[in-house]
Design a protein. Structure first.
Length: 245
């Protein structure tokens, strides 16, 4: 089952109480991002380090990523976790999520879904889609908490509607499998196709399997709904999608 990536794209918070400080901070963050794009990782570290040591959560998060991946520095998971933890203490959802992923994968700490879920729930409370997916995945697999496929389905569906490809894939899997929810092969086809469009390659197997279970009329309807979803977004085509068998 596919899981979300450990690192979420570096973001720049644009609000800051003092304009002059905001300009300096934003410039430093942008300078680091530009250096990352050029693969000048040591330069990125220099751009972010003073901000990070001064307590800026985004800079702390970014330095954590450099240490996690060994970019411009020696790869050290324990150091990465410390920087992520500082950023998480500052309330940054992306850092909370990355801490959760490191626990789930046993990077820098003993592998523990239960510990990971603590941080996923914090990030999910802030609305982070990736963490909400991981909570649904934990329910699906029974990792870190009691298995509950109904809650897994609900979590996958919510984040699939928001456009998260891994959730769309998992939703299509459950709809085609039919063991925990009613089998809806045409719906599975559309959800898998939407995930595949976004590059979720595992979804191709589900789409192809679903295609073999629906007749010509159902295929035509599914393709029509898929075109609606592509043109108006999932929320715009949801009623039609839900009406498919």
């Amino acid at each position: 089952m596919s899981a979300t990536s450990r690192f979420l794209a570096c973001c720049i918070a644009l609000s800051w109480p003092h304009v002059g400080i905001a300009d300096t901070r934003e410039d430093q963050l942008r300078a680091g991002l530009a250096a990352m794009e050029r693969q000048h990782y040591a330069t990125a570290m220099r751009a972010w380090y003073d901000l990070a040591t001064a307590g800026d959560p985004q800079a702390q998060h970014n330095i954590g990523y450099l240490y996690e991946e060994g970019l411009g520095v020696t790869q050290q998971y324990d150091v990465a976790m410390e920087w992520y933890r500082r950023a998480a203490d500052g309330g940054l959802a992306e850092a909370e999520h990355n801490l959760g992923m490191m626990y789930v994968e046993g990077r820098g700490a003993a592998k523990s879904w239960a510990q990971g879920l603590i941080y996923f729930r914090k990030a999910a409370d802030k609305g982070l889609t990736e963490s909400r997916y991981m909570i649904a995945l934990s329910y699906f697999e029974g990792e870190g908490q009691i298995q509950n496929r109904r809650l897994a389905y609900e979590g996958f569906r919510e984040t699939a509607i928001e456009g998260y490809a891994d959730s769309q894939y998992m939703l299509s899997f459950m709809l085609l499998d039919g063991n925990d929810v009613k089998r809806r092969s045409a719906q599975a086809y559309v959800w898998a196709a939407l995930a595949l469009i976004q590059g979720q390659q595992q979804a191709q197997e589900i789409r192809d399997a679903a295609a073999m279970r629906i007749d010509e009329a159902e295929t035509s309807d599914a393709l029509f709904v898929l075109s609606q979803c592509e043109s108006s977004g999932v929320k715009g085509c949801l009623r039609s999608l839900d009406s498919l068998p």
